[in-house]
Design a protein around this ligand. Structure first.
Ligand SMILES: Nc1ncnc2c1ncn2[C@@H]1O[C@H](COP(=O)(O)OP(=O)(O)OP(=O)(O)O)[C@@H](O)[C@H]1O
Ligand SMILES: C[C@@](O)(CCO)CC(=O)[O-]
Ligand SMILES: [Mg+2]
Length: 328
């Protein structure tokens, strides 16, 4: 078995706007998805994923039999659950030229699904890395990131940025603007995360922002303004000015809220963090439900969040210096 892991991420700044060419600054965190891959004798794909909401299911499909796996759940749930892995395996076949290769894939992940911590990118990066290595090809981080991006792009119907996948592949804090992806020097940030136990679907949320942006000039302006916040945020990050970082994160949350991607529970957690004295608080990732990211070197925010109705979990997150990790 070949095993790779890859980290999740939080966005300090710039989610959604990054899809339209504005810059974004995500930051990898030490919560990981591990993917084990083993080549099969046939061309089938067998995926075992304990963390999916399908209650620890295993599906086997593809090969000569083709078609839908034999499992008793709705088509839409099944597609949502399997599409990132399927598409990552297609990239493995494409890179290696082994079009008919089959795999047994096992996924274990500490990253909540659809909660803004980049579970899809981490699973895809780790799957492509392990899959290609299982066939004797080791990808450079830049190519791995690019292949993982293509996977997210395909699954999200052409509406994806390189931010999540580049961040997960390379680790650390990064800056992504269009196809320009680079690593940033970042101070040690006191990141605290609040999780409402829910999820949002990235594809749908991105489509919602696109519709608003097409319909209203002020929504398009809002997206551009997020870009301005990010550029200021980069300066604050380089200067290690945590107060300014927090202020800009608050501003970024307001703009995301205006674009309709926040939720009552995300807003409640954001305000609980601010009331507790966090430097700043915003939703992270696609939104709709899931996680907020806050900065607080004291225990106050974590404690306040853990007593906030609607917050299921509050925890401190370390920056992940290392992106993809080759385990075996
Ligand atoms: N542990 C896992 N096992 C199998 N598939 C997973 C796993 N974690 C995530 N996925 C895939 O990723 C999808 C969730 O991706 P989505 O982009 O909606 O959320 P996210 O990446 O967690 O959040 P965001 O993109 O906002 O940061 C799941 O529906 C599933 O297809
Ligand atoms: C909402 C979005 O900006 C981030 C999701 O984590 C989508 C993307 O960049 O592909
Ligand atoms: Mg995602």
């Amino acid at each position: 078995m070949t095993v790779s892991s890859a980290p999740g991420k939080v966005y300090l700044f710039g989610e959604h706007a990054v899809v339209y060419g504005e810059p974004a600054v995500p930051c990898a965190i030490e919560v990981r998805a591990r993917v084990g891959v083993e080549r099969r004798d046939d061309s089938k794909l067998r995926v075992h994923a304990d963390d999916l909401s399908l209650d620890g299911f295993t599906v086997e499909y593809g090969g000569d039999a083709g078609g839908r796996p034999d499992i008793d759940v709705s088509e839409s749930l099944l597609v949502a659950a399997t599409q990132y892995v399927d598409s990552a395996i297609e990239q493995v076949r494409d890179v290696t030229g082994e079009d008919d290769v089959g795999f047994d894939v096992t996924i274990e992940s500490d990253i909540p699904l659809g909660a803004g911590l980049g579970s899809s990118a981490a699973v895809v990066v780790a799957a492509i890395d392990a899959g290609t290595r299982a066939l004797g090809t080791t990808l450079e981080p830049a190519e791995l990131a690019e292949r993982a991006y293509r996977t997210e792009y395909d699954v999200q119907d052409g509406q994806a940025s390189r931010a999540d996948t580049f961040c997960s592949a390379t680790g650390g804090a990064v800056r992504v603007e269009g196809d320009d992806c680079r690593s940033l020097d970042a101070p040690d940030l006191p990141i605290v995360i609040g999780f409402d136990g829910g999820a949002g679907e990235t594809g749908e949320l991105v489509a919602g922002v696109r519709t608003l942006r097409d319909e209203y000039e002020f929504a398009a302006d809002t997206v551009e303004t997020i870009g301005d916040v990010v550029r200021n945020g980069e300066k604050a990050l380089a200067a290690g000015d945590i107060e300014e970082l927090g202020r800009l994160m608050n501003f970024n949350h307001g703009l995301l809220s205006a674009l309709g991607v926040s939720s009552r529970s995300l807003d409640t957690m954001v305000w609980a963090a601010r009331d507790a004295g966090a430097y700043g608080a915003k939703l992270t990732g696609a939104g709709g439900g899931g996680c907020i990211v806050t900065l607080d070197p004291t225990d106050e925010t974590e404690t306040a969040l853990s007593f906030t109705p609607g917050c299921e979990d509050a925890f401190r997150a370390e920056l992940a210096e290392e992106g993809v990790r080759r385990i075996e």
